[in-house]
Design a protein. Structure first.
Length: 446
């Protein structure tokens, strides 16, 4: 989960393709093996699918949680800290999974932190970790839910080498990550291609410029080639750089991958000023923004102005002195883009318009596009501000409306935690408003 305001905190990645030699080697091996795979019939299912369509068809989804107790790397040699893996399996029953299907979801995007697969602390558990992911997918399939296995790297304070920064900046770690992708693809290849897909990297922390886009295109090609060689029929989810934003997706060239059995994904948390209110981890500004409604103009101009003044006063008292003026100006600038229903609608629609134009230019079918994350914060952990549930429901309904009008699949962030729509914290139920939006959606066929 990320938003554009966070991008300045991602490390800039060199334009030199670290591991390029391994990329070339993988491509050559893939080319040599293609005719043998075809003769063996491994690719028959993929080749029988309609041209340009992924083997998996998705509609309405929910993101599961990743870490809940956030064990540091020094605990990863401890069986009780790592397992069951992913960690949501400690808290979510099979009955609860089955209820998600009844609520209207047909798939789950399942974040899997690849860091334990890269860490020497858990080296003796690596095979078991793959088995645990496989078992988790089987549990979701048993609940009649399709699954995207999302390799969800994060930034790590305890050891950057096995987090996003290390993987993207160190050639050895990048090579190790390619091996994890290959191993995960091979493991998942035993499951039905109509029900399981692999997302190669969540929200890549690459620069949001032309150089960063080119860099990520090469990097993702190496991941794609490794996954495709290990699992010729497995659907693969591809993303843009720039933290998986719409800007990152539209910078991709789909023809560079020459693969019909893929889904194209982007994340959208716009308008960020509203969706991440109070978040302590999303930069050093949004934590001061609290109390805004969705839509912000709903309570009227006087109420909106009073709430903006409260935010400005909070910034003036609590923010770093040299940044206060810039922060106050940014809040006003962002609000000026969404302070009427007409402006808000243009802001909400803009990412979908960008994706539609990109898809048309590149002959990408709407059914192969996934809004992989969206949502609105409920409450920051131990924070004092709780977003009104009716506001969260209104936002989710608007985003779903745009996604379904465009013909895209979507997955809400997330099951529990700060953005939870099923649970909040400590297993407590979240307000039902957002779930009721999903439960009351008209039937959808894809």
């Amino acid at each position: 989960m990320v938003a554009s305001i966070k991008l300045t905190f991602h490390p800039r990645v060199s334009s030199t393709m670290t591991g390029y030699a391994s990329l070339v080697s993988i491509f050559k091996t893939q080319q040599r093996n293609f005719s043998r795979l075809l003769a063996a019939g491994v690719l028959i299912a993929a080749l029988q699918a309609p041209a340009g369509a992924a083997d998996i068809s998705l509609s309405r989804g929910l993101n599961m949680d990743q870490w809940v107790t956030w064990p540091a790397e020094d605990k990863w040699g401890d069986e009780s800290a790592l397992f069951p893996f992913p960690e949501w399996r400690k808290f979510v029953s099979q009955e609860r999974l089955a209820s998600l299907r009844k609520d209207g979801f047909d798939f789950v995007r399942m974040p899997v932190d690849p860091s334990p697969f890269l860490s020497p602390r858990s080296a003796h558990f690596h095979d078991r970790l793959f088995d645990e992911v496989f078992a988790s997918v089987q549990a979701l399939l048993a609940a009649d839910l399709k699954v995207i296995v999302d390799l969800h790297l994060i930034s790590r304070a305890d050891n950057a080498a096995v987090g996003m920064e290390g993987v993207l900046s160190n050639e050895d770690r990048w090579t190790d990550y390619i091996a994890v992708v290959s191993g995960m693809a091979e493991k998942l290849s035993a499951l039905p291609a109509s029900s399981v897909a692999l997302e190669l990297m969540n929200e890549p922390g690459t620069a949001c410029d032309a150089e960063g886009a080119s860099n990520w295109q090469l990097r993702q090609k190496s991941l794609h080639a490794a996954a495709r060689e290990a699992a010729p029929a497995l659907p693969i989810v591809l993303t843009g750089g720039c933290a998986g934003t719409v800007e990152g997706l539209v910078a991709l060239d789909p023809k560079a991958y020459d693969d019909d059995n893929v889904l194209w994904t982007f994340h959208n948390y716009q308008p960020f000023l509203l969706t991440h209110q109070g978040a302590q981890w999303a930069g050093d500004l949004i934590r001061y923004v609290k109390g805004l409604s969705y839509p912000p103009s709903g309570p009227g101009k006087k109420v909106l102005e009073a709430r903006l003044r409260d935010i400005e006063q909070r910034i003036s008292k609590e923010a770093p002195v040299l940044r206060r003026a810039g922060m106050r100006a940014w809040v006003r600038e962002q609000m000026a883009l969404i302070d009427t229903p007409q402006k808000l609608e243009r802001t909400v629609a803009a990412p979908f318009d960008m994706v539609a134009n990109w898809a048309k230019q590149n002959n990408v079918k709407p059914g192969d596009i996934l809004l992989g994350e969206f949502g609105m914060i409920r409450q920051e952990y131990q924070g004092d501000f709780i977003m009104p549930p009716q506001d969260r429901a209104a936002y989710v309904k608007d985003i779903i409306g745009h996604a379904e009008k465009a013909g895209y699949a979507w997955a809400i962030w997330s099951y529990g935690g700060a953005f939870g729509i099923v649970e909040s914290f400590d297993g407590k139920d979240a307000e039902p408003d957002v779930m009721n939006v999903v439960r009351t959606l008209p039937e959808r066929f894809r």
